[in-house]
Design a protein around this ligand. Structure first.
Ligand SMILES: *Cc1c(COP(=O)(O)O)cnc(C)c1O
Length: 544
């Protein structure tokens, strides 16, 4: 087979074609029987190949067949089907289990590769990362310690370094992969809290911890991600510790408002533990003025965390890297690879400016990563470990997906995909802005478009604000139920809006035109229907 001209030659053997592995079982290995035949081991490599190949085949079949991003399946019907499965009566083989899975899941799956899936920050996945995922699952390394991961630890460290370099962080930077932006933000804010506590304790050696925590505040723009608030709850600061800083018309944090909030903190004896800037807000893709916000945070003695869960992909862009200018001032940064790096869920990283700050999560468990002195004393080598940098213990080798992505495609190719979706978003913005029936909230810096029906215009001219809000929500549900497109929705200044999140390079302006035509079509149909404009349920549950 000539593989030189094909990046993805079809190398999988035909499914379920039993071949004898010449070198499979080591001499003396017992025959795989019963339960043991389901283990991945040298005696079962044909089964391993067959199982994976069959799974790949089923997914490929559904990807090929999916005419729509969603089927609008009835949640209750799917629940009945799932509940009807007898989990204590196994099927024994892969094929019938996959048949069943098709009915329960694949047939009605929501497909992010489909160009009219525009709801949330979900991406189509790049093949090197999918390949990585299969390797991760089969080898099953755990990144906490060297003796469970070996080279994987170095691969993760290289990618932490690579990302830090691209962000412009200094040589002292370090970090760790996490399960997502929520966890990265939690860890960033944990470090911020503990740094602030250390400083306060130095000034007030007799103060009790609850007193100190009660004085801490975290400042984030009013359109920042809710995980900042969640983190404050988990960190014992409480929701009330969050100060929402107003944004400008472009949905970016206002430095003057931040300055006022910081001054106010100082006057009330409160301590700004962290200022969180967002590089790519979830709803609008807006990027806070990082350099100015960072400078104000520094002057106030606050930790500067940048939530670049969404905008982090810009570090690969050859045309838009400058949008992140100022991010190099950050004390910590969140980047979600499972958004703008086209990686399968999950993959995220928390980076810190100064590796020493990771001491706040360090722990030495005798069974896992004993104190280096203990090892040296015993004449044992001190091996590198990541567990001392992480909130997790057992941890996936998610870094492998990014590694294979960079090694096969390269960062420029990722950046070209990022640029492509942003280009499409700005072209689509022109389409929406030219529609007299619509109001678009803001021209996109990244790839989301948020809009609503213009009050007093078009076929809905007679609707008041509340009726218009209901119409917007019903249109979203109605489009989603039909499944030809999946839209996002959000609330802006108290009013219901629709949202298009463009994270698929296959989505064109033409697709967006089609979706907007659908929106108007459904709105007109709903207006003709006589039933009151009441919405019971949101069509899609996720928020990211
Ligand atoms: C998506 C997102 C998060 C949360 O990340 P998860 O990976 O979903 O946990 C945090 N912040 C922003 C700005 C996001 O867009």
């Amino acid at each position: 087979m000539d593989t030189t001209h094909h990046p993805y030659p079809s190398a999988a053997p035909p499914p379920a074609a039993p071949r004898r592995e010449a070198s499979a079982a080591p001499p003396g290995a017992p025959a795989a029987t019963g339960a043991r035949e389901h283990l991945l081991d040298p005696s079962g490599l044909d089964r391993y190949r067959s199982a994976v190949a069959q799974g790949v085949e089923r997914v490929a079949r559904h990807v090929a067949a999916a005419q729509k991003p969603a089927t609008g399946a009835d949640p209750a019907a799917l629940q009945r089907a799932v509940d009807a499965v007898d989990l204590d009566a196994p099927l024994g083989e892969v094929a019938p289990a996959l048949d069943e899975l098709e009915q329960l899941y694949l047939r009605d799956a929501v497909w992010f590769h489909h160009p009219t899936y525009l709801a949330h920050l979900n991406c189509p996945v790049v093949l090197p990362a999918v390949l990585g995922e299969t390797v991760i699952a089969a080898v099953n390394s755990s990144l906490d310690t060297w003796d469970q991961s070996s080279g994987a630890t170095h691969v993760e460290r290289r990618l932490v370094r690579w990302t830090a370099d691209r962000l412009g962080l200094p040589a002292t930077a370090d970090g760790v992969f996490t399960s997502g932006g929520t966890q990265s933000n939690l860890q960033g804010l944990l470090l911020a809290r503990d740094e602030a506590c250390d400083r306060l304790r130095a000034q007030h050696p007799d103060a009790r911890l609850p007193e100190l925590l009660g004085r801490l505040r975290v400042l984030v723009s009013e359109v920042g991600h809710f995980s900042t608030t969640t983190a404050c709850r988990l960190l014992g600061l409480g929701e009330d510790a969050v100060i929402a800083v107003p944004v400008d018309d472009a949905m970016r944090m206002r430095p003057d408002a931040l300055q006022r909030a910081l001054t106010d903190c100082a006057q009330r004896g409160l301590v700004p533990a962290a200022v969180v800037a967002t590089a790519g807000t979830t709803d609008f893709g807006s990027i806070d003025p990082l350099a100015r916000v960072g400078a104000l945070a520094e002057r106030a003695g606050a930790w500067f965390h940048v939530d670049a869960a969404y905008g982090g992909g810009l570090i690969t862009s050859r045309r838009r890297r400058h949008l992140l200018d100022g991010i190099d001032r950050a004390d910590s940064v969140t980047v979600d690879f499972h958004k703008t790096f086209f990686q399968p869920v999950s993959s995220s990283v928390l980076l810190v400016r100064d590796s020493a700050s990771l001491r706040h999560v360090a722990h030495h468990a005798d069974y896992l990563n004993p104190e280096p002195e203990l090892l040296l004393d015993a004449g044992l080598p001190v091996a590198p470990d990541q567990v001392g940098k992480s909130l997790q213990t057992t941890r996936r080798f998610d870094a492998l997906k990014l590694w294979l992505t960079l090694r096969v495609m390269g960062a420029d190719a990722v950046g070209d995909l990022v640029d492509a979706v942003i280009d499409t978003a700005s072209a689509a913005h022109r389409v929406l802005a030219a529609d007299p029936r619509l109001d678009v909230v803001v021209a996109p810096e990244l790839s989301t478009l948020v809009f609503t029906f213009r009050p007093g215009a078009g076929p809905h001219a007679h609707l008041g604000p509340l009726e218009l809000d209901r119409l917007v929500r019903r249109v979203r549900a109605s489009v989603g139920n039909e499944g030809r497109a999946v839209l996002g929705g959000t609330t802006v200044r108290g009013r219901a809006h629709l949202k298009l999140t463009l994270l698929n390079p296959a989505t064109t302006v033409e697709h967006v035109r089609e979706v907007i035509a659908l929106v108007h079509e459904h709105a007109e149909r709903l207006l003709l229907e006589d039933e009151p404009l009441v919405l019971d349920e949101e069509p899609v549950g996720a928020t990211a």
